[in-house]
Design a protein around this ligand. Structure first.
Ligand code: NAD
Length: 295
């Protein structure tokens, strides 16, 4: 298969590229390297440095995994127009290129930033209450994906990822807490926990996310990609200390404004319709991430 990965030089995109190469696909990465790096693109994949807002040539690719995005929630609050340009107009541009070339689009969306506060694992039809311009721009992207499916009878997919972690994660992204904790522990520095540390998230390993992303080829609709398991920041920090063999205590700071208390995804639909389920448990995934940080 010929596949395009926008954002393939970034964290999750590079895991998708790895998975595609492993199964023998021909992979073209489109990335402007604003956050991604050439080193993240494995040998065997071709890299074209391009902004997704510019004219795109999909060269008859069968599928485009669209992961390129402005991913920083705080940047979206400071510069909402920039966030919308990349995440909304960039996504429309990708959908138009896909239309010209007959390409399926698998769009990387977000669970946490779209559902807002959760009372339990949120299914795909839970109310959508984004708390940031980033959540709104991702939701707008999903709505374009759904409208193109209705208008052109295409088979595009939106995947709502949980808090993705793993090797090559940059600490500044949407769910950078694992990268921050392990990075600081590796440098012998105390990480900082905001609020009481009881806020929960659904942490899902990047390799599992890449498998779910490939499993969406040939499907249509919206799917949560997480684990269905809630982990508090305090529990996460304990596990990070364990895999790092560290006894460092964390510093504590004031809770941050607008931070969600609970965020967790119901992944029943992905299990049923994509035949996918997460395989890497949190401790195992943290261990792999920790090992990737060692020189
Ligand atoms: P990342 O920043 O590592 O990857 C994004 C990539 O997109 C980078 O390589 C960056 O250089 C590229 N990019 C940004 N703007 C671009 C533009 N205008 N043109 C071309 N390339 C551009 O972030 P990530 O964590 O790997 O996120 C990948 C996708 O998954 C994003 O769409 C993000 O919204 C989504 N997502 C991530 C998480 C998470 O937990 N990390 C959770 C939910 C959804």
């Amino acid at each position: 298969m010929r596949a395009i990965v926008t954002g393939g030089a970034g964290f999750i995109g590079s895991h998708v590229v790895d998975a595609l190469l492993t199964r023998g696909d021909d992979v073209l990465v489109l990335d402007d390297l604003s956050r991604g790096t050439r080193e993240n693109v494995p040998e065997g994949a071709q890299l074209e440095v391009v902004d997704i807002r510019e004219p795109l040539d999909f060269r008859e690719a069968e599928v485009c995994f669209h992961l390129a995005a402005q991913v920083d929630v705080r940047v979206s609050i400071e510069r909402p127009e920039h966030d919308a340009q990349v995440n909304v107009l960039g996504t429309v541009n990708v959908l138009e290129a896909a239309r010209r070339h007959g390409t399926q689009v698998v769009f990387a969306s977000t669970g946490g930033a779209i559902y807002g506060e959760c009372e339990g694992p949120a299914p795909e039809d839970a109310p959508r209450e984004p708390l940031s311009p980033y959540g709104v721009s991702k939701l707008a992207g999903e709505e374009y994906v759904a409208a193109y499916n209705r208008l052109y009878d295409t088979g595009h997919v939106s995947l709502r990822y949980g808090n993705v972690y793993g090797p090559r994660q940059d600490p500044h992204g949407e769910a950078g807490v694992v990268a921050i904790f392990l990075g600081r522990l590796a440098g012998g520095e105390r990480p900082r926990i905001f609020g009481d540390g009881r806020q929960t998230r659904d942490y899902v390993y990047a390799g599992d996310v890449a498998r779910a992303t490939l499993a969406a080829v040939g499907k249509r609709g919206v799917f949560n990609v997480g684990t269905g398991i809630e982990t508090s920041v305090l529990e996460l920090y304990e596990l990070c200390r364990k895999v790092a063999g560290s006894e460092l205590e964390a510093d504590h700071a004031e809770a941050r404004l607008g931070e969600l208390q609970r965020s967790v995804l119901d992944v029943t639909r992905a299990e049923r319709e994509l035949g996918w389920r997460p395989e890497v448990g949190l401790e195992d995934g943290l261990r792999r991430t920790w090992e990737s940080l060692q020189p």
